[in-house]
Design a protein around this ligand. Structure first.
Ligand code: PLP
Length: 474
């Protein structure tokens, strides 16, 4: 290619379309309509600027005609607008098989929780209003009562997430002092979300005791000094079925804490209600910890519980009241929508229908045979012309996106291939469907895991595949 000289470049720059010309282009009329005049002008200016830079920097564009430059600008504007629209939070179909996919919003909410959200969001609500008396009500009482009923704790409080729960507990009870924690537990949670850093922000010094792989009661005892305020137990966040066997029991830690006038606090992380522990062994059961005398237990709302993002703290009434009266609680409290979704989720447990109501539990409980039947019927219902090749293969799902997940329920997977489209191309196309579908690639093939796809979503998933086969006349 011949190198463009300065005169040629200047001439090309003069051929760049004006913003007005661009905005009158037929091809981007819809875009201008949905983006509005000001926003589309801003996008057009940005894209013409980038084209100008490219003309100055590369001979590739330097000799283009006015028409070619107009086309190129229009193409860039359309692409920029699509990228802008793809930003932000919206529903996707999770066909990855990762049940609590943090990037995809962790727990999928129950039908009741979705309805409660929609209802509460559609106007005013009773977040601090008592319908019986017509007076001001206490924020959160309903969720708190459900939590105490379900866990056997004296009292409960809800904050923004489990990290906030741990931060609040340590700020109120540990600040200026020390919390004794097993070195192994601190290592386990040291992954990418740095809970230890959050804990230390509270002004509590974490005093690590024992060895990474084993901590004995005597190690805790030796770690207790004049500044100790709490004994802290933190569960590893990888939702493993097997492997987490703590060498010191909760009851022994509780006795030790109380003998020294300390608070025993357990950050259960995910935390389980009995329904969940039937499905996953070794998840700490909140009611059992309370029964064993643990003073405060915190856990996440959007992990195994299957509710919205929040942090739940249950335990002794006097301690929970101290948390509630601390100014920090005001900064960490949750809003009306979270209460609405959380209450609906907890009601399913109270009613005894959690296992059928809560998607996380349904996904965990789904058997291989049921899933295989769904896969078979899905492939059979596919109405496409036959360019896609479907295979049902043996694979695994993942419970949670923890740092070292070792829970892998066996699942049948639908492997998809296409003679003319690469696996990466296929996943990109799926991401661009409406709603976007997120799939995984294994051994150069795209795999769909129906364990994390609801039966209701199967139609849309089928439509996504059918739609772009129609677009690919290969
Ligand atoms: C996940 C987890 C947290 C953080 O919970 P968020 O609700 O994401 O803030 C804290 N501690 C443990 C042990 C966890 O597993």
């Amino acid at each position: 290619m011949k190198v463009a000289d300065d005169n040629e470049i200047s001439a090309t720059l003069r051929r760049l379309p004006s913003i007005d010309t661009l905005l009158r282009e037929e091809k981007i009329r819809d875009l201008v309509q949905s983006a509005g005049a000001e926003q589309s002008a801003a996008i057009a200016r940005e894209q013409v600027d980038s084209l100008r830079t490219d003309i100055q920097g590369s001979s590739l564009f330097a000799t283009q005609t006015s028409e070619e430059l107009l086309d190129e600008a229009v193409r860039r504007i359309a692409r920029a607008w699509r990228a802008k629209q793809n930003m932000g939070t919206r529903r996707v179909i999770n066909a990855t098989g990762v049940i609590l996919h943090t990037n995809l919003g962790r727990a999928s909410l129950s039908e009741d929780a979705r309805n409660a959200l929609r209802d509460t969001a559609s106007g005013y609500c009773t977040v601090e209003y008592d319908l019986e008396t017509g007076d001001r009500g206490k924020r959160g009482v309903c969720a708190e009562e459900l939590l105490t009923d379900l866990t056997g704790a004296e009292s409960a409080i809800v904050v923004n997430n489990c990290a906030a729960a741990a931060f609040l507990v340590l700020s109120v009870f540990g600040s200026g002092g020390e919390a004794v924690i097993s070195r192994g537990e601190l290592v386990e949670i040291g992954g990418d979300f740095r809970v230890p850093d959050v804990l230390e922000q509270s002004g509590t010094k974490l005093r690590e005791v024992g060895a990474t792989n084993r901590t004995k009661l005597a190690d805790y005892e030796k770690g207790i000094g004049p500044d100790t305020r709490l004994l802290l137990r933190v569960h590893p966040s990888n939702y493993r079925i097997i492997g987490f066997t703590s060498s010191v029991s909760n009851t022994a830690l509780v006795d030790l804490a109380h003998a020294h006038g300390l608070i025993m606090y357990e950050d259960a992380g995910s935390g389980a209600f009995p329904e969940i522990s039937d499905l996953l062994d070794d998840e700490p059961v909140i009611s059992r910890s309370i029964q064993n005398g643990v003073d405060l237990v915190s856990f996440s709302g959007d992990k195994l519980l299957g509710g919205p993002q929040c942090g739940l703290i249950v335990g002794r009434r006097n301690l929970i009241e101290k948390l509630r009266n601390d100014p920090l609680y005001r900064a960490l409290r949750v809003g009306k929508l979270i209460y609405a979704a959380l209450e609906a989720t907890l009601r399913s447990y109270a009613r005894g229908t959690a296992i059928t109501d809560i998607p996380v539990l349904r996904m965990l409980a789904a058997t291989y045979d049921t899933l295989e039947e769904r896969c078979r019927s899905f492939v059979q219902r596919y109405p496409g012309s036959g360019d896609f090749v479907f295979d049902i293969v043996h694979g695994h799902s993942v419970v949670g996106g923890g740092s070292a997940p070792d829970t892998h329920p066996s699942s049948p997977l639908i492997a998809i291939s296409h003679p003319a489209i690469s696996a990466e191309g296929l996943t990109a196309m799926l991401r661009n469907s409406k709603p976007p579908v997120i799939a995984r690639i294994e051994k150069d093939r795209v795999h769909l895991d129906l364990r994390t796809v609801s039966v209701e979503d199967e139609c849309e998933l089928l439509a996504a595949l059918t739609h772009f086969e129609g677009q690919n006349p290969s």
